[in-house]
Design a protein around this ligand. Structure first.
Ligand code: NAD
Length: 462
């Protein structure tokens, strides 16, 4: 069962930072999506299972483009699912056992690549879904990586810095022989940050004893002082905005003056907000795990980001009205940016949302049932594998900089990122025109075309 589907805390009192919730209770995620591949591979039969939902969107595209069935089978399951359990000493001298994951979905296009989530509700099926999305994203955006994802079942906000350092280093030791600069390159995700990446790089360098081979390239999202890239921190938000700039004109929305609401104001949400604000958009509503806020005249996105860094969430931000979840979803805007967790736009939210475009900053924020409602209401969805691909693109630049011992400036990073985003958006538009489908299916088709070409050339061993 998906770990997410059963959580139903969003409308109730705010939970711990980053806690996963889903508005609709278990069972409201719609009917069970059928496909022969699910039967052949013995998939979960829970309609709310995130992995089944995620793969079903890909299979819809694969059927439309007549992808060979062997490729559907290969892509429907990850290559490797690694689970580790490791003990760590707490500050009080007691030991606790932690569970960690690394899922390597596909490496046909290059080394596995994808973030590490530190969250108490991380489960294998979530990590599989996120790894699967990375394969599709890297393919679509044209970087030479496959897809992976991982995480630790831990609440990073409930541990001291010294405990987190031991947890992260011990996890790194547990998976050190499964990752590598040319094999599998993790990065940050929800709950993890550049400091954690630095500890991972340092631990891996120590264990790998290959000082001359850029061991720090084993991970991206590092601090700039230790092999990180300028522009990586804001990269995902920048990519969301680059995508909007490309896609909004044909939807008839002008960024300057457009109204935006943002769900989640962490890395992705706050950078999307700040960059949109600087381009003349008006951020009118924001909701995170601490509650919702509204200002019809527009929130100061920079001041809000500073407030969140200081107090841990949007609650208490001065100059805004406090609103509940229903009011947040119902606020009339042009662009709605989900930038929190998975499955947060289910049928009830999809009925409430009042916007022209949903720009998916988060991974898998919209369930298939939610998407059907949005579609029926004429709301365009810019899919996550396009919209939030800026993060992995700049992670690729960081890796290239590590490998070539160079440091790009911000202008070069932003220009190269924009080139990738514009190209990916064009591929999605072309696929939509050719196959007369929605943007999510078009994005999967564009991603699958590159994977199909690679598999045709590589063949299948033996
Ligand atoms: P983050 O931890 O920095 O922020 C997560 C945000 O979600 C926080 O503001 C938190 O308050 C909010 N949130 C958590 N539970 C909530 C709830 N129940 N209701 C409302 N808000 C809630 O994480 P992030 O890095 O910004 O990632 C957000 C999403 O974007 C995830 O889906 C992640 O996989 C995806 N993503 C991140 C990156 C990246 O570079 N960080 C890249 C691509 C995709």
């Amino acid at each position: 069962m998906s770990s997410i589907a059963s959580k139903n805390a969003k409308k109730s009192a705010p939970a711990a930072k980053g806690s996963k919730t889903a508005a609709a209770s278990k069972g409201s995620g719609g009917e069970l999506i059928q496909h022969p591949i699910f039967d052949e591979l013995g998939f979960q039969t829970d309609p709310n299972n995130l992995y089944r939902q995620t793969v079903s969107s890909m299979l819809q595209a694969a059927d439309l483009m007549n992808l060979p069935s062997r490729l559907k089978l290969i892509l429907a399951q990850p290559k490797n699912e690694i689970m580790v359990n490791f003990p760590v000493r707490m500050d009080d001298g007691e030991f606790r056992l932690f569970k960690g994951y690394r899922v390597q979905h596909n490496n046909a296009l290059g080394p596995y690549k994808g973030g590490l989530r530190f969250h108490p509700d991380v489960h294998l099926d979530d990590v599989k879904s996120l790894a699967f999305l990375m394969t599709m994203k890297c393919s679509l955006v044209g970087v030479p990586f496959g897809g992976g994802k991982g995480g630790i079942k831990v609440d990073p906000y409930k541990h001291t810095k010294t405990e987190m350092e031991r947890i992260v280093r011990r996890f790194t030791a547990a998976i050190a022989h499964q990752i590598g600069p040319d094999y599998d390159i993790p990065a940050p995700d929800v709950g993890s940050n550049s400091q954690h990446m630095a500890w991972i790089a340092d631990t891996y360098s120590f264990l790998s004893e290959v000082g001359g081979h850029q061991p720090e390239a084993v991970i991206t999202g590092k601090p700039v002082e230790f092999g990180g890239s300028v522009g990586r921190e804001k990269a995902t938000g920048q990519g969301v905005v680059d995508t909007l700039v490309e896609m909004l004109p044909e939807i008839g929305v002008d960024i300057k003056g457009c109204k935006v609401s943002i769900l989640g104001y962490g890395n992705v949400g706050s950078w999307t907000g700040r960059i949109l604000h600087d381009r003349g958009a008006k951020i009118v509503a924001v909701m995170d795990h601490t509650g919702g806020i509204l200002s019809e005249s527009g929130l100061d996105a920079h001041a809000l980001a500073a407030h969140c860094s200081k107090v841990g969430g949007v609650a208490g931000f001065k100059g805004a009205e406090r609103i509940d979840a229903d009011e947040f979803y119902s606020t009339k805007v042009d662009v709605f940016v989900p930038a929190a967790l998975e499955q947060m736009i289910q049928e009830p939210e999809a009925r409430m949302i009042q916007c022209k475009v949903v720009a998916e900053g988060a991974n898998a924020p919209t369930t298939p049932a939610g998407e059907r409602v949005l579609e029926s209401r004429g709301i365009e969805v810019l899919p996550a594998i396009l919209c939030n691909a800026g993060g992995v693109t700049v992670s690729y630049f960081e890796w290239v900089q590590n490998k070539t011992c160079r440091a790009w400036d911000l202008e070069e990073v932003d220009a190269q990122l924009n080139k990738h985003m514009v190209r990916a958006a064009a591929k999605v538009r072309d696929a939509r025109k050719k196959y007369k489908c929605n943007l999510r299916t078009a994005a999967y088709i564009a991603a699958l075309e590159r994977l199909r070409a690679a598999y045709e050339i590589r063949g299948l061993f033996p």
